[in-house]
Design a protein around this ligand. Structure first.
Ligand code: PEP
Ligand code: MG
Length: 547
């Protein structure tokens, strides 16, 4: 058995036979032509066929993965007509008197190179798209189709990288998993795999391609990114067991999908999902969450080697909002500090970082960072139903300062003629005992509270959440914690705010009834817990006494 480590892009496990993906290999040669005009005619005809193919793929993608994800093929159709791209091809055919295939191949490579050398990871990932459309045009020029057929048996597709159109063209009935040597998690192939619910691993490295053969057996663990080549019997048995467990969960999921989050006696609540990046949205939709209750935006900063620009952030927030298609999306402003350190922030080493300059304290002391994020958020607000939430609040003056900064960012945007939505809800996290105790003073200032139980427990019980030696003191059901939550819920409602819980405790179904009795309006949990919590809500009856 050989083991390779990549990055899992869709969490599921598969075991099966490998099929090494082969493309129709079209060798592009440089050929001189005496008739460039004829080459231009061939080029136009090939582009028209390519556009027809893309339209068909778009229709297929629309049915299989939804409008937002299918948009990439609309973009491909636009790329085919891109002025710079076409001018470069035509110019090469005319000036160098070469065949159309060669001009398309060279131009495609040049554009792909240009994209991959950009700093922005999103733009880098577009390099695969331009290669994809160039290969399609070349195949059309050669009279070959590019649609890919898989074998008769369900197989693990292994390949250097899959173009988005190749991913969609595959017959999903025949694909157990995708495994690629290259690829980025931001690539559309990764996004599509996630949204098609196919276990997938990317970035296993070129070496693994040299080691595999058609017919070899493999385990693909999309949760951990682990790829096992020709596993032993014991491993196969363990994998089969995990698959059976997953199957059971999927059945529960099917049963509860589309159902309301309503108690036996008719009380409705929202069950939202927590995410750390765009990559988690597939899981949010798959698990039928009603919205996003916590987007930990600091992961954008943690995954970056320098401060993410306003434009980079705007693009991410816009995509989350669009993907959620009008459902609530609560984005928490960055919570850097404590256990989430970012070297380029140049923060001083602290003896007690959890009690130090973290989250909102950092943002208010570095307004340029905070305002860049706020600008990106407000600009993105036009594309969906946005809520902004602020972490680690301890005082009224902090909230007043935050509101002032939001107003000044909005005024600045208006002065520049940049539009934003007027319906952005503003909320704060209740994750310090101080915030819970003064929740009567904080509630009138905001639209909602969200309880961060991970920190609330740590600060209430004086238990470092990172230290396993004090875990025994970290009693998650401690009366002190529950009273703080109840107090916050009462005060929220008294002043017309709504209240949710987004810490891990929200998924503790032994407390679901308690939370509902406290009047909690929303529970935001990891995507894979949404249906478990829905099940608990639907089995709760609040009309009798406490159970
Ligand atoms: C919390 O503290 O409960 C919370 C949701 O925030 P984080 O876990 O990111 O600190
Ligand atoms: Mg927290």
């Amino acid at each position: 058995m050989e083991r390779y480590q990549g990055k899992g892009v869709y969490g599921a496990v598969a075991y099966g036979r490998i099929s090494v993906f082969k493309r129709q290999d079209i060798q592009v040669k440089r050929e001189r032509t005496d008739d460039p005009a004829a080459e231009l005619v061939r080029l136009e005809a090939a582009k028209a066929i390519a556009a027809d193919q893309l339209r068909e793929i778009y229709e297929k993608a629309l049915k299989e993965i939804g409008e937002t994800n299918a948009q990439i093929f609309e973009i491909h159709m636009m790329m085919i007509e891109d002025e710079d791209y076409n001018e470069a091809i035509v110019e090469m055919i005319n000036s160098q008197q070469v065949n159309a295939e060669y001009a398309v191949a060279v131009t495609g490579d040049n554009f792909a190179e240009m994209f991959s050398s950009m700093d922005d990871s999103y733009m880098q990932a577009r390099s695969a798209d331009v290669k994809d459309i160039s290969n399609r045009i070349i195949a059309c020029l050669a009279g070959a189709g590019t649609d890919v057929k898989s074998s008769d048996e369900k197989v693990v597709i292994c390949v250097d990288d899959l173009a988005p159109s190749e991913t969609v063209s595959l017959d999903k009935e025949k694909v157990l998993a995708f495994v690629t040597a290259n690829g980025s998690s931001n690539s559309h192939t990764a996004i599509l795999a996630r949204n098609m619910n196919i276990p997938a691993i990317i970035g296993l490295g070129e070496e693994f391609l040299g080691r595999i053969h058609d017919g070899d057996m493999a385990v693909v663990n999309g949760f951990t990114g682990e790829f096992l080549l020709n596993p032993d019997e014991k491993t196969v048995i363990a994998v089969e067991k995990k698959r059976a467990e997953e199957q059971e969960k999927r059945e529960l999921l099917q049963k509860l999908k589309g159902k309301e989050n309503v108690t036996i006696d008719g009380r409705r609540i929202n069950i939202f999902a927590n995410i750390g990046s765009l990559e988690n949205i597939g899981a949010v939709l798959l698990n039928d969450a009603g919205g996003i209750g916590l987007f930990r935006s600091e992961f954008i900063y943690l995954e970056s080697s320098d401060y993410p620009t306003e434009e980079e952030q705007f693009r991410i927030y816009k995509r989350v909002l669009e993907s959620m298609a009008g459902k609530k999306v609560i984005i928490r402003t960055l919570d850097i500090g404590a256990d989430k350190q970012c070297s380029y922030f140049g923060l001083k080493k602290e003896d007690n970082p959890a009690l130090g300059l973290r989250a909102i304290r950092l943002c208010l002391s570095r307004p340029e960072i905070f305002e860049t994020q706020l600008r990106a958020l407000y600009r993105a607000s036009l594309y969906g139903n946005l809520g902004i939430m602020f972490p680690m609040i301890t005082s009224v003056s902090e909230v007043e300062e935050i509101l002032k900064r939001c107003d000044s960012v909005k005024a600045e945007l208006s002065a520049c003629g940049i539009e934003y939505s007027d319906n952005v809800e503003l909320g704060i996290m209740i994750e310090t005992p101080a915030a819970a105790i003064i929740s009567d003073l904080l509630a009138p200032l905001v639209d909602f509270f969200s309880i961060g139980t991970n920190d609330l427990i740590q600060y209430t019980l004086a238990c470092d959440r990172q230290n396993p030696d004090v875990e025994q003191f970290c009693s998650t059901h401690h009366e002190a914690v529950l009273r703080l939550i109840e107090m916050s819920a009462e005060n929220a409602h008294k002043y017309g705010s709504w209240i949710g819980i987004c810490g891990e405790l929200a998924a503790d179904t032994s407390l679901t009834e308690t939370f509902l009795r406290m009047g909690i309006d929303e529970l935001s949990v990891s995507p894979s817990f949404v249906l478990k919590v829905r099940d608990a809500v639907r089995n709760t009856n609040l009309s009798g006494g406490k159970t």
